[in-house]
Design a protein around this ligand. Structure first.
Ligand code: NAD
Ligand code: DAU
Length: 335
């Protein structure tokens, strides 16, 4: 197979390329990435110069590049997006352009050449689970996005589904819960908190830390995407998640403090995020139809992630400084 991976130099995209090459070493991958602040060129240095890997620096909004690359491959795995909720609150415009119009542009090229299209989406499109409830999102949950980020992802999901219904484009969609693991930008909760502790700063807890997420190790997500690409039913959506229940941010930071030998004096409670959601995902469908289930427990996955950030300080030092500049600006706007 020859794949076009969009956003392959970001967190999940780069983990996916590593996973795919280790499982399918004879396949070929073209990685189309704009190299925004979220990408890290170091993520994929091991593949530089290999005949079956090609990196193209470019924008999914660029019709010419997209047309040329889509024509060359068997399937498109679409990760490229603006992915951070807090940045979408600061400035939604790029989220609409990349996530909605960029996806549309890829879909038009996929339609022209009738190519298999897998769209990576998020559980955030479903909105929020009520605090204190045991509900879980599933493939039939109505869309009810809260942030400009999740609204842009919801729009892209609708476009993808419409290209299947209207034009018969061979698509699949996956809606996954919060990922964590190596190569995640230090603007996100888990790497931000680990790197804060490693640099003698406090973990910033939004609100009272009561909001919850359904954490999944990125390698488990990559295995799920692989199964959908190989055996998923065309036109279908698959929900992917971890514990099928929420872990509150307080539970998360307490586990992190324990694993890193710190105490609660390392916590700082800061202003809450507007429209702050809660998530938990039921992944029975992908388990039943494709035999997928997560391999990592949260504790082993978190320990592996802490070890990775502890060992790879040069990977995150520069981007962390930039991320903290962004938070400083965001907080000054709140005041
Ligand atoms: P990320 O921000 O780490 O990486 C995004 C990548 O896309 C970067 O390499 C960036 O340079 C690239 N990109 C951005 N705009 C582009 C454009 N216009 N053209 C080409 N490339 C562009 O994001 P991530 O966390 O790896 O998320 C990847 C995908 O998975 C996104 O679609 C996101 O919505 C989805 N998702 C993420 C999570 C999560 O927990 N991180 C969970 C579920 C779904
Ligand atoms: O659910 C899937 C989504 O998970 C993906 O679609 C997004 O691309 C991805 O960024 C992630 O979104 P979240 O908003 O859930 O992730 P984030 O790491 O920003 O925040 C996780 C939780 O931690 C959330 O409840 C807010 C809280 N938080 C976050 C940061 C950065 C804090 O309490 N302190 C922080 O410093």
């Amino acid at each position: 197979m020859k794949l076009l991976v969009t956003g392959g130099s970001g967190f999940i995209g780069s983990n996916f390329i590593k996973h795919w090459f280790s499982a399918h070493p004879d396949d070929s991958i073209i990685n189309l990435d704009k190299m925004t602040y979220a990408a890290n060129p170091r993520n994929l240095t091991e593949f530089e110069g290999k005949s079956n890997y090609q990196f193209v620096k470019g924008d999914i909004l660029d019709e010419k590049i997209v047309d040329e690359l889509v024509s060359q491959v068997d399937a498109i795995v679409h990760f490229a997006a603006e992915s951070h909720v807090d940045r979408s609150i600061d400035d939604p415009s790029l989220f609409v352009r990349t996530n909605v119009l960029g996806t549309y542009n890829l879909l038009m090229a996929a339609k022209k050449y009738n190519k298999r299209f897998h769209h990576i989406s998020t559980d955030e499109v479903f909105g929020s689970i009520e605090m204190g409830s045991d509900d879980q999102f599933n493939e039939s949950t109505p869309y009810d996005p809260s942030s400009p980020y999740s609204a842009s992802k919801a729009s892209s999901d609708h476009l993808v589904r419409s290209f299947y219904k209207t034009f018969g484009l061979p698509v699949t969609i996956s809606n996954c819960s919060n990922n964590y693991g190596p190569y995640q930008h230090p603007e996100k909760m888990i790497p931000r908190s680990i790197t804060n502790l490693l640099t003698d700063q406090k973990i910033k807890v939004y609100g009272q830390g009561l909001n919850f997420r359904d954490w999944l190790h990125v390698e488990d997500h990559c295995r799920a995407i692989e199964l959908i690409l190989l055996n998923g039913k065309i036109g279908q959506t698959y929900c992917i998640g971890g514990l099928k229940k929420g872990t509150s941010n307080m539970e998360l930071v307490k586990l992190m403090l324990k694993l890193m030998g710190k105490d609660e004096s390392c916590l700082e409670y800061v202003a809450d995020r507007p429209a702050h959601d809660n998530y938990a995902v039921n992944w029975d469908k992908i388990n039943r139809e494709l035999g997928w289930e997560p391999k990592y427990t949260f504790e082993t996955g978190l320990q592996q992630t802490i070890d990775w950030y502890t060992t790879n300080t040069s990977w995150w030092q520069e981007t962390k400084a930039e991320a903290e500049e962004f938070y400083k600006k965001l907080n000054s706007l709140k005041k």
